[in-house]
Design a protein around this ligand. Structure first.
Ligand SMILES: Cc1ncc(COP(=O)(O)O)c(C=O)c1O
Length: 472
């Protein structure tokens, strides 16, 4: 990435997020030279890139000004109010989209997983061997739920890293975060109950609601500020909501996070009504800022927050090791685990435990986050280059997912079909809501090392966007 591209990307982010609103003047040449320690010509190249992207216009002798409509706040907004409770019918749509993204030769912009190349496979294998060697035949019994002691201690220590205290006794090892989330939902609901979910939100929450014959109440998520707490409060006033399933950190698909104050307010709101929160926190360790964000669970004093996470996004997707710290529902969740899949894989638990203790997890995470950050910059530059200014997004501060709002006339399902035919997967907006809304949105994955394949895929998406058949 060139210096001028980095400067342009940083200014573009400030513009899209409204820190530099429409009509505002860009920081002066002198200011940017001093701030970045670069030459005058580098700053000029950054200005002209922004002009090319349609985000600013030059006025003779006056400087550069932000164009109207460049700010994300004017365009990418949540849908406003919570929906009425509804039955969910999403699985067929989700499966048809996921199926088309499974082939190894497809460009995986629609995938929910980062590149396996970024994981320390060889080091992990060493830990798998060491961990498995340390097992005795008795471990088949001893490591039944709640799971391997060593692993639960190591996970408990990671909570200490954020200043939280979660006892190993509260931790239950599961087959990935998805099982943890599903077991938690089963523990606190019965068929017909209402569950609040985010909109747009992770489709697996909708699928779980569909499978368990529950009803969804969708709460809007603003791509800048996150979950709309006012909409949640009024939904709680109107409906007997039995549980919430939310992602306060690096939400899938928008990438947005709640501030610590909003997390505290969310937990307090749910405490007053005794409504449990199932917290999906699979991207927590993938923060771009220096400090790991706290989960909502950090503000819970009543055991109402069921914190769920895994190593699937950060270390070892195939090992299927996740966990929940389910507060006052821990016993119930553990019994459900025993009644459904009995146990998580015992060698994999031992292997991950050994890796956490000896493998250099924090070092690996630092390198993973830095790869994602630079891949995000490359993707943003390609988007600016190939997709014209009506395409909007908010730069995520962690994770590897980018939520794009396309021109309003776009039909994302048609875009998805044409892109698949060209060997490119994208995740179309409608799979992220029970109402199949967000027709003009798509989610892209920047969790893969950037190369020509990705650059060309973005260019091809731009070509498809010119096709009249994908516009309604
Ligand atoms: C937001 C979110 N939560 C949970 C999961 C499931 O995680 P795991 O693979 O650990 O089951 C995924 C996987 O795609 C996800 O994107």
């Amino acid at each position: 990435m060139n210096r001028y591209e980095t400067i342009a990307n940083n200014l573009a982010t400030q513009i899209r997020e409204g820190l530099l609103p429409a009509g505002a003047r860009l920081p002066s040449l002198r200011h940017l030279i001093a701030q970045y320690g670069v030459s005058q010509s580098t700053v000029f190249r950054a200005y002209s890139l922004l002009e090319q992207w349609g985000l600013v216009r030059a006025e003779e002798r006056a400087g550069y000004f932000v164009t109207k409509g460049a700010t994300v706040n004017e365009t990418v907004r949540g849908e406003g109010l919570a929906t009425e409770p509804r039955k969910v019918d999403i699985s067929d749509l989700v499966f048809s989209v996921l199926e088309s993204a499974r082939h190894a030769d497809i460009v995986p912009l629609g995938s929910a997983f980062p590149s396996p190349q970024l994981f320390p496979t060889a080091r992990l294998l060493k830990s798998l061997v060491a961990g498995t060697r340390s097992l005795t035949p008795w471990n088949t019994v001893e490591d039944l739920p709640p799971g391997n002691d060593h692993l639960r201690q190591q996970i408990s220590l990671r909570y200490v890293g954020t200043g939280m205290s979660v006892s190993p006794n509260e931790i239950l090892i599961t087959n990935g975060a998805l099982e943890a989330l599903n077991l938690c939902l089963m523990a606190v609901t019965r068929p017909g109950d209402l569950v609040a979910v985010e909109s747009p939100g992770f489709y697996a929450a909708l699928q779980a609601i569909e499978r368990l014959d529950l009803r969804a109440v969708e709460i809007p998520v603003d791509p800048v500020s996150g979950l709309d707490l006012e909409a949640l409060q009024s939904a709680l006033d109107q409906h007997p909501i039995r549980a919430c399933w939310f992602m306060p950190n690096f939400q899938n698909p928008t990438g947005t996070s709640l501030s610590a104050d909003k997390k505290r307010a969310l937990v307090e709101l749910l405490r007053r009504r005794e409504v449990p929160l199932i917290e999906d926190d699979v991207y927590q360790e993938l923060h771009f800022s220096r400090d790991r964000p706290l989960p909502a669970k950090a503000f819970d004093t009543q055991g109402l927050v069921m914190h769920c996470s895994s190593f699937s996004k950060t270390l070892a997707p195939g090992y299927r090791i996740g966990w929940t710290a389910a507060g006052r529902f821990s016993d119930k969740v553990r019994r459900l685990k025993l009644m459904t899949t009995l146990s998580a894989c015992i060698p994999a638990q031992a292997g991950v435990a050994d890796y956490l203790e000896h493998g250099g997890y924090d070092k690996h995470l630092r390198s993973l986050r830095s790869s994602f950050q630079s891949q995000l910059e490359r993707m943003e530059t390609a988007l600016h280059r190939w997709l014209p200014s009506p395409v909007r997004w908010v730069r995520p501060t962690g994770g590897y997912l980018l939520w794009l709002q396309l021109p309003q006339s776009v039909k994302a399902m048609e875009l998805h079909a044409l892109a698949s035919a060209r060997g490119i997967s994208i995740a179309p907006g409608p799979i992220f809501s029970a109402t199949h809304g967000f027709q003009d949105c798509i989610r892209l994955n920047f969790g893969h090392p950037w190369d020509n394949r990705f650059e060309n895929a973005i260019r091809e998406l731009a070509e498809i966007l010119d096709d009249p058949s994908i516009h309604g």
